[in-house]
Design a protein around this ligand. Structure first.
Ligand code: M6R
Length: 607
């Protein structure tokens, strides 16, 4: 994910910022850059690739400045390239900006500026901020920043410098982290504590909708209404390793907790005036109307998203969907038709089997749409259409936030298609959109209740087998819960469609075997109650997940977890969260290497 660092003081700023950027490398990035003010001139150095590339660029130029801003970029808007790398400067080189987050209304703002004659050189949303600063420049740095910030929508933490004000650095925060590091005659900004931990342990945490005007020996913090805000100094007592994990013991937990943001960032920029908009999707209304069949092709958890997608797309867009493991699809010679659409789902965008399936499909003349998290990855580059998940880099091998971001792309896409095809009414479409917008808060509410899952995990963490049962989308989520559990805790686990139990698997149930039952679907609730009774009668210990209000589940379960209500198709986004926590806690009590389970790699680039 993008990283920000900034310095103002009396020392050489560039080595300090490089050191800070290096401390953010673990988060993943594809380009890096630095801007400084030297002799009243703004100088920007930036490049695609590693920080070492940036160092080479700097060595060839020489520098002498005691203030500046730096950035590592994880591409979202526009591919990884020198031009798209941050900092972005305004056309006359007066302002430079580094930014984390997404400016949701950047296209409208960009269009407006282009009409007024402003030229853009990058594909990023961030350049809009730099150009707005110049266009609306009042001559007063602080006032100009306030007026520009009032035009921005979305999530952003921003560092800004202005060539006419070499003694001031401005930091802005809204829905994306930013801290100020306090030194003696010097101050810092950073998106994460590790970037400045070797320099200072004293920090101010900026809250949302705050702007800090930072000099080497003075800091003024305002809210967006220009009222002064007073802060307590926070002293960091973490070491560097826990600081990288923001105080969490494992990246997996950190990433589970980041899901509201991942989901919000993926949904919100795509909804305008209650309509779903996909920038750069060259799938016309006619293409959608002519679709014969959709094949969803993926591996592991991404395949499980495909399993949810089959139910969702068929239910609301009425297009037949087949889901395939990429490793099977490429060799089974599917009967493809030129009016089919292949959807490849991949977090890394580099999975060998998914890539091979993509190439095979294109060879057969079938269009490929990919849902990918890593911008500029091979799958993204070779697809006819891409929808990015904006989950940010995932470090734990077990995917959590990318899975959740993929799920919401599926809801968006299914609704988009249903709308074009007229398979749902306008009212139902609007209801779905409203629910979609509430999902991040509902996920957040579940995260707050994670401790409710601990008792069950403490008792059953050493079980030899753990089963998951569910029907319909609940079954698809069970597949993911079961994979997550075996992946991180090495417990043997299987997921079964609950109606299939009687056809064989029920013979595996004996006294005290844990069975995790998902019963979130209203129309299948009573069928699930019967299936739960069947395993309970054979001695299973039942942990049920149901929607709040469906208290009848307590009659058949030993442990329950209620999720908030939402519309039928979006329940997987809520029911998967307790399953992620269960995997995590079981692995924790078994003392497993949670972030790097044995035998597994984050990105499987071999067949
Ligand atoms: O990068 P991809 O999404 O293509 O990866 C696919 C699978 O390898 C991946 O989902 C894997 O199953 C995860 N480790 C599961 O947590």
């Amino acid at each position: 994910m993008c990283g920000i660092v900034g310095y103002i003081g009396e020392k050489q700023a560039i080595p300090i910022m490089l050191c800070g950027l290096e401390k953010l490398e673990y988060r993943g990035y594809d380009s890096a850059g630095i801007a400084v003010i030297e002799n009243n001139k703004l100088k920007v150095f930036k490049t695609k690739g590693r920080i070492n590339n940036l160092k080479e660029l700097l060595n060839n130029n020489g520098y002498n400045s005691s203030m500046g801003i730096g950035h590592t970029r994880w591409a979202t808007h526009g591919k990884p390239s020198d031009i798209n790398a941050h900092p972005h400067s305004s056309n006359s080189n007066k302002f430079a900006v580094v930014h984390n987050g997404i400016i949701e209304n950047y296209l409208d703002l960009k269009e407006e500026l282009i009409k007024k004659g402003v030229k853009f050189i990058s594909e990023t949303d961030t350049e809009v901020i730099a150009q707005l600063l110049e266009y609306y420049d009042t001559g007063n740095f602080v006032d100009t920043v306030f007026s520009v910030v009032s035009k921005l929508q979305g999530a952003f933490s921003i560092g800004i410098i202005c060539k006419d004000n070499p003694d001031e650095l401005i930091a802005v925060k809204k829905d994306s982290p930013l801290i100020i590091g306090l030194g003696d005659g010097e101050n810092y900004i950073a998106s994460d504590i590790p970037a400045i931990l070797s320099k200072t342990r004293k920090i101010y945490r900026l809250d949302d909708e705050e702007i800090a005007v930072i000099k080497k020996d003075k800091i003024n913090i305002y809210n967006f209404n220009k009222e002064i805000v007073y802060k307590n100094v926070f002293t960091v007592d973490w070491d560097i390793t826990s600081a990288e994990k923001m105080g969490y013991e494992h990246f997996m937990m950190k990433e589970i907790m980041e899901q509201p943001k991942a989901v919000r960032d993926t949904i919100y920029p795509r909804i305008k005036n209650n309509k779903i908009i996909f920038d750069q999707l060259s799938l016309s209304e006619n293409d959608i109307k002519n679709l014969n069949r959709i094949y969803i092709v993926a591996c592991g958890s991404a395949y499980h998203v495909g399993c949810v997608a089959k139910y969702t797309i068929e239910k609301i867009a009425k297009i037949p969907v087949e889901v395939d493991f990429a490793s099977e699809f490429r060799y089974r010679k599917p009967l493809l038709n030129k009016n089919d659409l292949i959807i490849i789902i991949s977090q890394s965008g580099e999975t060998a089997d998914s890539l091979a399936a993509l190439r095979e499909s294109k060879k057969n003349g079938v269009k490929v749409l990919s849902i990918v998290n890593v911008v500029g990855s091979t799958i993204a580059n070779e697809s006819d259409n891409i929808i990015y998940t904006w989950a940010g880099p995932e470090i734990a091998v077990a995917t959590t936030k990318a899975y959740s971001a993929q799920l919401v792309v599926i809801y968006l896409l299914a609704l988009y298609m249903a709308d074009k095809l007229g398979t749902i009414s306008n009212d139902i479409y609007t209801d779905y959109i409203n629910e979609l917008l509430k999902l991040p808060d509902k996920i957040e509410s579940i995260l707050k209740r994670k401790d409710e899952l601990i008792d069950f995990c403490k008792i059953y963490f050493n079980s030899r087998d753990i089963f998951f049962i569910g029907r319909n989308v609940d079954y698809a989520v069970c597949l993911e819960g079961s994979l997550k559990l075996k992946e991180v805790s090495y417990a043997h686990s299987e997921a079964y469609a609950a109606g299939e139990l009687k056809h064989g698997p029920i013979s595996l149930i004996e006294n005290d075997v844990p069975v995790i039952a998902l019963a979130t679907q209203d129309d299948l609730f009573y069928k699930m109650l019967s299936n739960i009774k069947e395993v309970k009668a054979r001695g299973a210990a039942i942990f049920s997940i149901a929607v709040e209000g469906n208290t009848k589940i307590e009659q058949v379960s030993d442990y329950n977890f209620y999720i908030p209500t939402t519309c039928d198709i979006m329940l997987p986004s809520l029911s998967v969260i307790p399953l992620q926590f269960i995997s995590y806690y079981v692995a924790l009590y078994k003392n497993c290497d949670i972030d790097k389970p044995r035998n597994l790699a984050k990105s499987v680039t071999v067949e």
